[in-house]
Design a protein around this ligand. Sequence first.
Ligand SMILES: Cc1ncc(COP(=O)(O)O)c(C=O)c1O
Length: 439
Amino acid sequence: MRPTPISREIIDRAIEEYGIMDYANATIREVKAIAERAERESGQEFIKMEMGIPGLPAAQIGVDAQIKALQNGCARLYPALPGEKMIKDATSRFIKAFIDVDIPAECCVPTVGSMQGTFASLLTITQSNKKKNKALFIDPGFPVQKLQLEIQDVPYETFDIYEFRGPKLRAKLEEYMAKGDVCCLIYSNPNNPAWICLTEDELKDIGELATKYDVIVLEDLAYFAMDFRVDLSKPFEPPFQPTVAKYTDNYIMHISGSKAFSYAGERIAMACISPAIFNRHYPDLSARYDGLPFGKVFITRTLYALSSGTSHSAQYALAAIMEAACNGEYDFRDDVIVYGERAHKLKEIFTRHGFRIVYGMDGDQPIADGFYFTIGYGNMTSGELARELMYYGVSAICLATTGSWQEGLRVCTSFIQDHQYKILDERMAIFAENNPIES
Ligand SMILES: Cc1ncc(COP(=O)(O)O)c(C=O)c1O
């Protein structure tokens, strides 16, 4: 057994002091804190892959527009609840340009990040029909959305898509939806944490079922156009960002400024509500909120009560970014494709040392290289692998925390630095030697 790059005592002590009983359930913040502490104590650099936050500079067009908006005095006013005209128009145009779907400006509403967008959507949807009180997740997924439902005391069901790709997805979804109590379906595409992308056939099945069972799909496009296998960044030209909106009228898309435009700090996203839902009167919602249709409740009740609108200046920033992208003046893919390049190098290192990519395929195609990917090793459980890698100065989170039923870890590429590939390669060589896979 070769010595590990970080002494086992340092890691074991830190885990014990944080009171973590089962490392499989350690949160991102705990993993981060233990890695930082071990780094300080050992003097050895950690390769940090647990955080899912963007590691690139914010889109400059946005920064410039935001500064200008502030200098023009927008800070003194409360923002209009439905959002400023310019961002509503820009989003409607952006959706046409990059998704090839028509959504009127009225139905595009700024939110304080997609985080608020999904919170407000879930709150409004789950009050729409008393007979349909459950949310359904296609997992693995973004854990905070489950927390949002727990806060709202709304029950949810979830399944891991791993065994249910392709035609099997339809049957699995129908198993839940046919019970009649599901009001919404949630997934991210590309997916956090697995970076799988739903195929057109899968989206078609989801859309058809959403219509059949009157379920609203919350399509979380936090990683907009970041399936780098294809170039989705040419305005008004195919290929377009795939969406369920091609197959049903029951959807709300959430487009975030955080990842595709590296604008996470200003907390800006757009909730893009299908006009059919926006204008629909749900009897239970109308009874509670003065006879208003869905879209008006979402804006004038839910968002009003949550934050009274979204920061003006951030709206100007996102509008400028979207306009520039639509005009072909700003190729946002160029700015973020580095995540894909990093994933490619990291996957090569991990797989050369015996790791496998847990969620590896979309239909008959290997998954894209992007912001995240997932790794497993031999028969190790998620908790064993995550803890063992800490002895090698590599921190990542367990898939169990994302609703996955698979053993493995989520790797995030956002903080990887160029000099770290060599270190990772050396450390994973020792790891593989110390942990031979039994055949
Ligand atoms: C799938 C998914 N949805 C939403 C978000 C949050 O987006 P925002 O920063 O716009 O609130 C994230 C951030 O990590 C995410 O991974």
